[in-house]
Design a protein around this ligand. Structure first.
Ligand SMILES: NC(=[NH2+])NCCC[C@H](N)C(=O)O
Length: 411
């Protein structure tokens, strides 16, 4: 049986990818809610959708099959029947703060009146209090949340399908994410893997599931080749989770090396892929801002070992040398975002100039607004497919963040 998931690199010809078209969730919030929802602005939805459609079209024009999270979720529910629908709804409500009680019942009744597809779209978009004819009488509602307009918060980050899960080899990590604003997202991925006819009962290995307290997000998980991963130690991914997934991969898969790369912990660089992506066999984009004096950065090469943790570590600080060693290459081309000009580098990194989606060796999709970095990529021999990006970039994520590769051709 061929596995529905097959992803042994960052650069192999992309065959199938998971996307989410931005919906009501990206405008269903107030400026006050933005920091908590991890957004920096209020996007203009019709334009965000147009841009996203352009991105998806670019992928399809290049032979990529595009799957949509919102559609797969509804199809999984269709396949799972009323039992699954009930179980999914209960879990979603519990994780939204309503494990039981009158509000739980009112929300359940409201959502249960919808078709599977409408219910999924509604949960993603959020439920406002004024949508339901219900007046809670509990103390929390009266004393703490009376003025808050939502029962269920919107999930505006869903179009960054990279993060809630990551396909590695013929398996997947379904992630326990860092901030409450995103933690419910991976429930959709879990349901799809377990119940969607395309994925269910196909022997997919779950390297690490979402039932953990330690946190990891797909933006930090880079599949460098068929036995080496790079994982960011970042605002979103803890060292603890990296050790945990490394142990699982070493035990159950052909992966034998995890390169942990420590990056600054801040919103502009929340994941490794916002500062470092692989674009060809021996080429990478890198934001100069992550490199310290003399180009140094903390990395740990993790392999299986006999120590207490079952792992052994080698600490090194020369990124280029480390990459050459783990990838067994004579040389590596590190392409600096913004051409190394500190002002341009910071500006373009902010709008995801380092966040390229590689769709074949040396062929990348990038935001058109990062024109200095794009030009430099071309000078380094890459084919650059630019996509329009005024509104999508307001969510702080680029082409790699907006895509979850499911199948890539082997190199
Ligand atoms: N893989 C990525 N870099 N994803 C970007 C996610 C951006 C999103 N607003 C967040 O803060 O979570």
């Amino acid at each position: 049986m061929t596995s529905p998931i097959h992803n042994y690199s960052e650069i192999g010809k992309l065959k199938t990818v998971l996307l989410k078209r931005p919906g009501r969730e990206v405008e269903n919030f107030t400026p006050e809610m933005m920091p908590r929802l991890l957004f920096d602005d209020i996007p203009y939805l019709p334009m965000a959708q147009k841009e996203h459609d352009y991105f998806a079209e670019t992928l399809r024009d290049n032979g990529v099959e595009t799957l949509y999270l919102e559609k797969l979720s509804a199809e999984a529910l269709d396949a799972g029947g009323s039992e699954l629908r009930d179980q999914f709804l209960e879990q979603m409500l519990a994780e939204s703060g309503y494990p039981y009680g009158a509000t739980h019942d009112a929300l359940k009744e409201y959502l249960d009146s919808m078709s599977n597809q409408d219910m999924i779209i509604k949960i993603m978009a959020g439920v406002r209090k004024n949508e339901i004819d219900f007046h809670p009488s509990d103390l929390v509602s009266a004393a703490e949340t009376e003025d808050y307009p939502f029962y269920l918060d919107p999930m505006p980050n869903l179009y960054f399908t990279r993060d809630p899960s990551a396909c590695i080899g013929e398996g997947i990590s379904i992630n326990h994410m860092t901030f409450p604003a995103r933690q419910r997202e991976s429930l959709f991925n879990e349901m799809i893997i377990n119940y969607h006819p395309r994925f269910a009962n196909k022997g997919i290995h779950v390297w690490r599931d979402r039932n953990h307290n330690t946190r990891i997000e797909g933006g930090d998980e880079l599949v460098l080749n068929d036995h080496v991963m790079a994982i960011g130690v970042s605002e979103r991914t803890s060292a603890h989770a990296i050790q945990d997934i490394a142990r699982s991969l070493f035990k159950n898969s052909q992966y034998d090396t995890v390169l942990a790369v420590s990056i600054p912990h801040n919103h502009a660089m929340m994941h490794l892929d916002t500062v470092f992506t692989m674009v060809n066999y021996d080429q990478f984009t890198v934001h100069p801002g992550i490199l310290g004096e003399g180009g140094k950065i903390d990395t740990w090469t993790i392999t299986a070992g006999k120590g207490e943790s079952g792992l052994q570590l080698q600490h090194r600080t020369d990124l280029k040398a480390v990459l050459k060693d783990v990838l067994n290459l004579d040389d590596i081309d590190l392409i600096p975002t913004g051409g190394g000009d500190p002002i341009i580098a910071d500006r373009e990194q902010w709008n995801d100039g380092s966040n390229t989606l590689t769709i074949a060796p040396g062929v990348v999709v990038t935001y058109n607004r990062n024109y200095v970095s794009n030009e430099l990529l071309r000078k380094h021999g890459l084919k650059v497919l630019e996509v329009i990006s005024s509104e999508l970039s307001r969510g702080r994520g680029g082409p790699r963040c907006m895509s979850c590769p499911i199948v890539r051709e082997d190199l």
